[in-house]
Ligand binder design. Sequence first.
Ligand code: SF4
Length: 359
Amino acid sequence: MRLSTPTVKIRNTKLGGKNPIAIQSMTNTDTADAQATATQCIELYEAGSELVRITVDNEASAEAVPEIRKILDAKGYKDLPLIGDFHFIGHKLLEKYPQCAKTLDKYRINPGNVGFGKSHDENFEKIIKIAIKNKKPVRIGGNWGSLDQELLTKLMDKNPDEDIRIKTLVKSTLDSAKLAEKLGLKHDKIVLSVKVSDVQELIKAYELLVKKMGRKPYALHLGLTEAGSGLQGIVSSTVALAILLQKGIGDTIRISITPQNNEPRIREVQACKHLLQSLDLRRFQPKIVSCPGCGRTNNALFQKIVKEVNHYVGKNNLEPINIAVMGCVVNGPGESRQADVALHLPGKNEKVSASVYIK
Ligand code: SF4
């Protein structure tokens, strides 16, 4: 059963509660280049990213945020939720650029790099107060690559065991959420994440977070951080996220992939859609069942048909029906029985024709 989290509204998108698991992604353009960033935001949104995050890492990028919004609105993307990703100097940028703070629909901060000692609490308070003033939700996104070193040392001295990094990550994220609430940020304005780059550790981290949140859980963002590139990145993320989602953990997901060979940024959005559709958590397009083909079929013809069906489905906005394309009579009729539309080829040495099934 899905964890009962509050609904967090980000512009007109809702995540948490009973809302569908939301897909999100992040641009990799220089945010200071408002035109390029707005263009990529649109590409990601059009591909299915319901939330789009941009890095706000310096004054030029903070200054560009209202301009990005202007371009998005002018192009008809008034609903596209824009999230600002802050590290180290978020408190300074949000204070110095009030239009940036006002324009963004959500802030993402990392409790591990807001500052140290007394300045950590002051900087954190500054960000939370700005979020409250502008009525913005905040993701408190812990990452074991940037752990709160003071807390890590303290916990290590107290209890040096192998899970100490996970415990520190969870404690630092939860302590920050509680502090944010103490400062006045509403429970339904907070999203949490505890990202690590190892599949097993990620599962442990989220399970511990869920246990520690107890009866009043926060909305959760899932993602395997620094997942890698290509197939490896997609498979690792999918495995980790699928296990958590199956346990009812997670309200929004991101699959981060290091792009290679001009791979389009939208690949991570496509991967999220396939993941959610495979788990039957959401349906975006027809589901295509096709066998791998083997020595029993005319593989050249079979692969051509599968390619054409995939191409057709990808290019057209179709009802989310079930389609089967099968190589021969071994499993063809059986799979066709489950599908809305199906075809299967005969055996390799039989006359080339295909049985087509409707419903
Ligand atoms: S359905 Fe036929 S062609 Fe496809 S994998 Fe099975 S036996 Fe081979």
